[in-house]
Design a protein around this ligand. Structure first.
Ligand code: AMP
Ligand code: MG
Length: 502
């Protein structure tokens, strides 16, 4: 019989990681080849073994000096020909012109058998020094924002939400100026592709239809191969990206996630969560919540995200128009966006409430719940997690839920209707709890948890980053020993602000 070792597939060391290039095979206009800038005296802050497994990297390699050298940008992988890509975009609703990878360097791609359909993941260093697209900025990323991107990428993946992944954070004592001097880091991100809506807008606004077509054909061949045989491949691409975007945003909303900077240059052509900056998870439920201190108008507030996703898909549709040909086809491709979003969100609310069937008045029940959650400033995550303990025929055990409300009577009144609705479908307490606990996370990356880990890391204690990573990689598990990580934020956390500064 085979031992587990002989069954398991190849495990690469860092230096034997097979790197190939597909983006680099595009014409030179799409990027600039360049080397990363050296990072002084780099050290490992944290690495994700789960991410390493995706590219069949030996998890022991994460401890190696080679790992630190390669993923700080100090040593080049043999077959790698690093580059930074050009793109443009709309920022806060305004055309911003050329942006591009101002601090990201693509190393190439490596095999990832579980990544479908590409079978590959691109590896990108973020914060590895200036590029021709840096626009006078320093090309670096601070340790604070790097830890936030690293932890949230891995947390979102564990929540089952499409996202780029993060392999590691490598730190350095080198400081760069933000509001104050801060230490720097390099995050290694992984995604099948880092092409953005803004990558298409770039060629559209520069009137370069040939490049626009090359990019669309590249994306279709690599990531949407089924569309190759489609009679209207570009219209179908737009429709599929729009569908994925609508579903992604519904998934964000169902866990209370806000991206914070939904500019078109941060929108993945794969419909994945991309570019974690001033994101946030909803604590007290407030649909108008703005997680990004810089976003004073609330363009990217929680409740605005579906509309903005649609706006961004229109920007992509505009960019693809020269390939699609007919304006009507653009409209048709985008017409389903709102119903896709609504259907997905409705399905997610049902799952969160443990309701298996769909009944006529469900929307009223859901809206009534959201209204009392908002009015009572109830913690979104705690509420849904505790709701799974509700017993159909016994309200005497409702205290942990009722206690989340200032107006306990409001909860009691809603619970009467909820119980009645559950009884309609003969809901069973045990199975309902099991299924609800698979969709309502116990652990999310609250800003204050990230902040505690960041402050320790700034003092060179990386244990809390690792601990948070471990907890957040199993967000639906009880993990009773870590119950305090699921508690309400402490008072000091209410003063925390997250801005675009990174
Ligand atoms: P973001 O808001 O992080 O999505 O970044 C918007 C644009 O600014 C992108 O083109 C980034 O590459 C660029 N950028 C942000 N911060 C820096 C930096 N410190 N150095 C160079 N480019 C940056
Ligand atoms: Mg960005």
């Amino acid at each position: 019989m085979n031992s587990p070792e002989t069954i398991s597939s190849v495990r690469h060391s860092v230096t034997s990681l097979p790197i190939t290039a597909s983006f680099a095979a595009l014409p030179p206009a799409f990027y600039t080849r360049l080397a990363s800038s050296p990072l002084p005296a780099p050290y490992l802050v944290c690495a994700s073994a789960e991410a390493a497994k995706l590219i069949e990297l030996d998890t022991l390699a994460l401890e190696s000096e080679d790992f630190i050298q390669v993923f700080s940008g100090n040593a080049r992988l043999q077959q790698s020909s690093p580059l930074s890509a050009v793109y443009s975009g709309h920022q806060f609703g305004v055309w911003a012109g050329q942006l591009g990878d101002g601090r990201a360097i693509l190393l190439g791609e490596t095999a990832s058998p579980s990544t479908i359909p590409e079978g590959m993941l691109e590896l990108q260093l973020k914060g590895a020094g200036p590029t021709p697209y840096s626009r006078r900025a320093d090309g670096r990323a601070v340790l604070r924002s790097s830890i936030r991107e690293f932890l949230c990428s891995e947390a979102m993946a564990a929540l089952g939400i499409p996202t780029s992944r993060a392999l590691s954070v490598i730190g350095s004592d080198m400081r760069v100026m933000r509001e104050a001097p801060e230490s720097t880091a390099v995050v290694t991100r992984m995604a099948p592709s880092f092409v953005r809506f803004g990558s298409f807008e770039h060629w559209f606004y520069n009137d370069r239809k040939d490049e626009l077509k090359i990019l669309a054909d590249y994306v279709i061949k690599r990531s949407y191969p089924d569309l190759q045989a489609n009679p209207k491949p570009y219209k179908s691409l737009l429709q599929e990206v729009s569908r994925r975007t609508a579903e992604l945003i519904a998934q964000w909303q169902a866990v209370g996630f806000m991206h914070g900077v939904l500019n078109t240059d941060n929108m993945s052509i794969l419909g994945q969560t991309l570019d974690y900056g001033p994101y946030g998870f909803m604590e007290a439920y407030d649909p108008g919540h703005i997680c990004n201190h810089t976003d004073q108008q609330g363009r990217y507030a929680y409740k605005m995200q579906p509309k903005i996703g649609h706006w961004n898909c229109y920007a992509l549709g505009q960019a693809l128009l020269p390939l699609i040909g007919e304006v009507d086809d653009v409209h048709e491709a985008l017409a389903g966006y709102h119903s896709v979003h609504a259907a997905k969100l409705d399905a997610l609310w049902h799952a969160k409430l443990g309701m298996l069937q769909v009944a006529q008045d469900d929307q009223t029940l859901i809206d009534a719940l959201l209204a009392i959650l908002q009015h009572n400033r109830v913690d979104f995550t705690l509420f849904f997690r505790r709701l799974s303990d509700l017993q159909l025929n016994d309200s005497n055990n409702d205290a942990p839920l009722r206690d989340l409300f200032v107006e306990r009577a409001a909860f009691d009144a809603w619970a009467v209707k909820y119980r009645a609705r559950l009884k309609q479908e003969n809901s069973d307490d045990v199975t309902r709890k099991q299924s609800m606990n698979l969709v309502n996370p116990k652990y999310i990356l609250r800003n204050y948890l990230a902040q505690v880990a960041i402050e320790k890391a700034q003092q060179k204690d990386f244990s809390e980053v690792q601990k948070l990573l471990n907890i957040l990689q199993h967000p639906f598990d009880e993990q009773p020993e870590h119950a305090h990580y699921a508690a309400l934020p402490p008072d000091w956390a209410s003063g925390l602000e997250v801005s675009c500064s990174s």
